[in-house]
Design a protein around this ligand. Structure first.
Ligand code: PBG
Length: 331
């Protein structure tokens, strides 16, 4: 008898394939599920009206004027997205990033407009100076260095202006020491004790932010961000960063980027049990888009596999440019 005709079977006590025989049984035993509730959509808000300009290195991502941002948020709400993360493209930049706390600048205007039009969508605002400084660095430069404490003073002004405009959550992404505590204190002093802080707690100095810097016009004119963003080689240090931000009052902690740092997501979640966000960043998105455009991968499957992996690693919140596509795909 040939092997295919053979009716003999192995004396196996467990056949793991049994639970993979149909979609229904696979769904029954599925361990990790995605929900639109956990997706946060980043948006880039610029000045003007009726502006919807695609970012060349991020197909499907746009610079949006405030009116267009409101339309985008309302369409995203229709897909099931309940939180957005705002970045601003100011009309003018200077060496101290003063447009970051201008109440009439794009982000502050967008916060007010979104909270007015679609109040149940959570508005989260990124707090950093890199989009607002003419040199593109995340802080105030003194003697060729990013000066920590003067930068924190500027970040506090930006964060409180976002809260005054109506932001639900402020998200400092600068990686200066002590900024979470300083922001918490300033928010409380001004009566914004209900505004939460999502800190970019373990933010690595990553090559995967390249397309974002196109989108936000925030590439540093000289030097790099190694003096404040983390060394990709370090994990224990990430736990110290997260611990410190929690001690200073962070409500949600973030690991960024996501895919190259899945181990960090897992360790942060296990060590602290805090709401943990992972940022699937611009370069991670752009890689999938580029491969898909070349016909090299099946984009919808690669997208969901990626987001599932981030969730399986332990992320409660996934910040992703795919938020709307993913929400529609799992509807
Ligand atoms: C800083 C900031 C950056 C990102 C989010 N906040 C850029 C940087 O640190 O250079 C990157 C996000 C992405 O790549 O999608 N404001």
């Amino acid at each position: 008898m040939s092997p295919t005709q053979s009716r003999t079977s192995l004396a196996l006590t467990r056949r793991l394939r049994r639970l993979r025989t149909s979609e229904s049984i696979r769904a029954l035993v599925r361990e990790t599920r995605l929900s639109p509730d956990m997706f946060m959509l980043p948006l880039f808000v610029c000045g003007g009206e009726g502006v919807r300009r695609e970012v060349s290195s991020m197909p499907g991502v746009f610079n949006l004027s405030v009116d267009e941002a409101v339309k985008e948020v309302s369409a995203a709400r229709g897909d099931g997205i309940k939180s957005v993360l705002l970045f601003g493209l100011p009309d003018h930049k200077d060496d101290i990033g003063s447009a970051s706390y201008d109440m009439e600048a794009p982000v502050q205007s967008a916060i007010r407009a979104i909270k007015r039009e679609i109040p149940d969508v959570l508005v989260v605002s990124d707090v950093c100076l890199c989009e607002y400084t003419d040199h593109g660095h995340c802080g105030v430069i003194i003697d060729n260095e990013i000066a920590n404490d003067p930068t924190v003073a500027q970040l506090v002004r930006a964060a409180t202006s976002h809260a005054a405009a109506g932001a639900d959550i402020v998200a400092p992404s600068d990686m200066m020491d002590g900024r979470v505590g300083a922001i918490r204190q300033a928010l409380d002093d001004r009566g914004h004790e209900h505004v939460a802080i999502m800190s970019y707690a373990a933010k690595y100095c990553s090559a995967f932010y390249g397309p974002f810097r196109d989108a936000a016009g925030s590439a540093p004119k000289f030097g790099d961000r190694r003096s404040h963003q983390m060394d990709p080689a370090n994990a224990e240090e990430a736990l110290r960063e997260v611990e410190q931000d929690i001690e200073e009052g962070a409500d949600i902690v973030m690991v960024k980027p996501a895919l190259p740092y899945l181990d960090i997501i897992t360790r942060v979640k296990e060590a602290f049990g805090y709401p943990t966000a992972a940022y699937h960043v611009s370069g991670e998105y752009a890689m999938l888009k580029a491969a898909a455009r070349n016909g090299w991968i099946d984009e919808p499957r690669a997208m969901l596999e990626t987001l599932t992996g981030i969730r399986r690693a332990g992320a409660d919140i996934i910040i992703t440019y795919y938020a709307r596509d993913a929400a529609r795909a799992i509807a």
